[in-house]
Design a protein around this ligand. Structure first.
Ligand code: SF4
Length: 274
């Protein structure tokens, strides 16, 4: 097994995430999962949009793309369609993925394109100083919701399952071995794979909402996470303010680029059904 440092661009260190930020934990889990499943560095492309999460590809020693806000999946789709043999990984935040890039997210899932997307989900726009995102729970304080957010948060896993993703899972920065396992499973999955990882932002989300520092926020994950099997026995009321973690959905459906190639072959008079 290689060391984590072997996957990092040392010239980019030290990183600029705040002390106690969860994003380094998620990046570390992703690196360990990549190492576990044995992805080749030169055959792996990591794409991000904009945001605190999206600094991660700058620190990772792969072919990386830091793209425009919310557009990581559009760029990644281009990479995957151009060369389906590449391992394509998208790193995105909850604002980048579910608001600005929301359409790209649901359509990538609908196509079941073979991209692994990891959402570094901190419930806030951290980089731009704490505006509420589609993952900010109702009632929480944000720069743009100083008296409390009135919107409901998405359940991103349910959204992605409904949109057509064929691997959907959730974990937190407290549950590191589980996060590594789930990301490794996602990387080995053939279709669109999505892992939502709850990550603490003590600087904007935690401080504004008086949730304590990083340790208290991670303890909240520990105390309020419910394994998906147990959640099935619980009522909606029991699950209020809880976080369901684990593998939510796995299915075997045709992957987009393979299906697309079949259509190209058919149009060019090759293969079955011409
Ligand atoms: S603002 Fe929040 S998410 Fe961004 S680096 Fe700081 S702690 Fe992390």
């Amino acid at each position: 097994m290689a060391r984590v440092q072997d996957y990092l661009r040392k010239s980019k260190m030290p990183h600029i995430w705040c002390a106690g930020c969860g994003h380094g934990i998620v990046m570390g889990a992703l690196i360990r999962a990549i190492d576990r499943v044995g992805l080749e560095k030169d055959r792996t492309v990591v794409v991000s949009g904009i945001g605190c999460s999206s600094r991660a590809p700058g620190y990772m020693d792969f072919d990386t793309l830091h793209t425009t806000h919310g557009r990581a999946l559009a760029f990644a789709t281009g990479v995957k369609v151009a060369n389906p043999s590449l391992n394509v990984i998208v790193i995105t935040g909850d604002g980048d993925a579910a608001a600005i890039g929301g359409n790209h997210l649901i359509h990538a899932a609908r196509r079941n394109i073979g991209i692994t997307t990891i959402c570094f989900d901190n419930s806030i726009y951290g980089m731009t100083s704490g505006q509420y995102s589609p993952m900010t729970p109702t009632g929480r304080i944000a720069t743009t919701a100083p008296y409390g957010n009135v919107d409901q948060a998405f359940d991103l896993c349910e959204l992605l399952k409904g949109a057509g993703a064929t691997y959907v899972a959730r974990s937190t920065t407290y549950h590191v071995p589980q996060t590594i396992n789930l990301i490794a499973r996602a990387l080995e999955h053939k279709g669109f794979a999505f892992v939502d990882v709850l990550s603490q932002c003590p600087t904007y989300y935690g401080r504004r909402n008086k949730l304590g520092g990083a340790i208290e926020m991670m303890n909240w994950f520990k105390d309020n996470a419910v394994p998906v099997q147990k959640a099935k026995q619980m009522t909606r009321e029991d699950l209020r303010d809880k976080v369901v973690i684990g593998e939510m959905y796995v299915a075997d459906e045709p992957e987009y680029t393979g299906h697309y190639q079949m259509i190209v072959d058919r149009a060019q008079g090759r293969g079955a059904g011409r």
